[in-house]
Design a protein around this ligand. Sequence first.
Ligand code: GUN
Length: 282
Amino acid sequence: MRATVINGRDVAKKQYAKMSETIFELKKKNITPCLAIILAGDDPASVGYVSLKERTAKSVGVDCRVFRLPADVPQCEIEGLIDSLNKSDDVHGIMVQLPLPAHIDANIVLELIIPEKDVDGFHLVNSGKLTNRMTGITPCTPRGIMELIAETGCAIAGKHAVIVGRSMVVGTPLALLLLNADATVTVCHSKTVDLASYTHTADILVSAVGCKGLIRGDMVKEGAIVVDVGNTRVDGKVWGDVRFDEVSEIADFITPVPGGVGPMTIAMLIKNTVEAACDKAQ
Ligand code: GUN
C-alpha cells in the first residue's frame, strides 16, 4: 500500500492529552466543563452517536447530561429545555443531535442556543463569524478534518482542495476553513457534471456524501490527501465514500472508515465544550 493511513483515534488521543491540562486547570477553579445533549426520538444511529459522545466526554473528565426525549416531543418542550440550559451557569455547551423528528423545525431550534454555548457551531452567529474570518465556534467535523490534514505535515496554502458534498454540517463550513487556510477550493455536489474531472485535480480530496464506494482509485490524483467522511451502514458494517483498497494505492495519505473522521468529530465537540468553559471562566 502506498498511502500513509491517518489514524483518527490516535490523533483524537493527542487532542485529549492536550485538553486534559486545561480541564485540570478549570477543576482547580471548581469548574467542570459540561456538555448538554438533546436527543429526540430513537433513530438507532443517533442513539449510538450520543452514547459514544457521552461516554467519551465522561472518560476525559467532561460532564455530559443527555436529555432523551420521545420522538413525538412537542417543539415547545425542546425550546423550553434549551432556554433553561442557556440560563444554567454550570452548562457550557449545548448540542441538539440531528436529524430531528420531521415535525420539529431544526432551524428555529438551533437558533435558540446562545452562540457562546453552541458547541456544534451551527448558529447563524457562529457560521457568520466563520464566513467573515472571525473567531467563533467551529463545527466539529470540519474542525476535526483540518486537524487530520495538519497531521500529514503538508502545507494547505496554494493546494487545490475538492470537497464532495455541500451540507451545512460538513461540506460548506469545511470549504470556508480550507479557503481561510489559503487553499483553492472546489465544492462538488449531486448536480455536478463529471465529478471525476474535479476529483482528479484535487491535492486534498474530502468526500462527505454518504455514498458507499463513490470515490474510485481512477478518480484520485497521485499523491493526494484523501479524507473520507462517509458513514454508510450496510448489513451491520460501516462503509466510507472512498474505495480504500484502490485509493490507498494512489494517494499519499488516506483516512480509514471507521477510525478516521468519526473520532475527531467527537474530540472537537469536547474541545469546543472545554473552550466554551474557559471563555466563560475569563
Ligand atoms: N448528526 C450527524 N452529525 C452531527 C453533528 O455533527 N452534530 C449534530 N448535532 N448532529 C449530527
